[in-house]
Design a protein around this ligand. Structure first.
Ligand code: ADP
Ligand code: MG
Length: 228
């Protein structure tokens, strides 16, 4: 019998044999053709691959935003795939943080209201400590700012605060640093990596060398398959 640690228990995230097809008229795109992966607690995984290789489709399936045609996704040991959409949304709100290149905030709500909204979606008990979250991501002075009043770097940091609002088991990021300057990119990556080191799982879809450098493991997608 081993000593229990925070790293015991199910993987932060696991996907087995994911398939996803898109059909438009006679055209069929095989976006995912049997993708299996896992992210351990404490681990940062980078997913790389050329444009069109299935990265965003994979991320959408891992987040429960999309349903794979075949295969299964578990998050924190709980099955996410092949569930009614409302239940997927609940599980996602509680267990998954999502960070995109842009569009992470609701435009007409200030930073604090965006974080509170994310909290409510997960039925988070009590108000999130917005001050602590904003301090963590380095924009403690911007709690009342609207998205349009934020710089690109501040927007990325605010998006990360929203993604972390419910202290998720897994953080999924799709090209999170694609539009950032080098210094901000390094800072965001440091925060993502720190997140993993505190015992959560982090998966970053990326083209960035810097992001690949901080990953514990790199998965390369090509034509909807993992390249060995
Ligand atoms: P990546 O993020 O690696 O650039 P995507 O996952 O966006 O790749 O796309 C993978 C493939 O699936 C591409 O050929 C893309 O054109 C196709 N695809 C993605 N989403 C859709 C969709 N909603 N309808 C039709 N085809 C799609
Ligand atoms: Mg993409």
């Amino acid at each position: 019998m081993g000593t229990a640690t925070a790293l015991d228990g199910p993987d932060a995230l696991s996907a087995r044999e994911l398939y996803r097809f898109f059909r438009a008229g006679d055209e069929e795109t095989l976006a995912l053709r049997g993708v299996s992966l896992s992210v351990q607690r404490g681990e940062t995984v980078a997913v790389v691959g050329p444009s069109g290789s299935g990265k965003s489709t994979l991320l959408a399936c891992l987040a429960g935003l999309d349903e794979p045609a075949g295969g299964v996704v578990h998050v924190g040991g709980e099955r996410l795939s092949h569930r009614p959409e409302a239940l997927r949304a609940q599980i996602r709100a509680r267990r998954i943080g999502i960070l995109l290149q842009s569009g992470n905030l609701i435009a007409h709500l200030n930073v604090t209201a965006n974080i509170r909204l994310a909290r409510r979606a997960a039925r988070g008990t009590g108000p999130a400590d917005v001050g602590v979250l904003l301090d963590q991501v380095g924009i403690e002075g911007r709690a009342r700012a609207l998205p349009q009043e934020l710089s690109g770097g501040e927007l990325a940091r605010a998006g990360l605060a929203v993604a972390l609002a419910n202290d998720p088991d897994v953080l999924l990021a799709d090209e999170p640093t694609g539009e950032l300057d080098g210094a901000t990119e390094r800072d965001i990556l440091r925060l993502l990596r720190g997140r993993a080191q505190s015992g959560r799982g982090v998966l970053i879809v990326t083209h960035s060398r810097e992001a690949v450098k901080i990953a514990d493991r790199v998965i390369a997608l090509h034509d909807g398959r993992i390249q060995q």
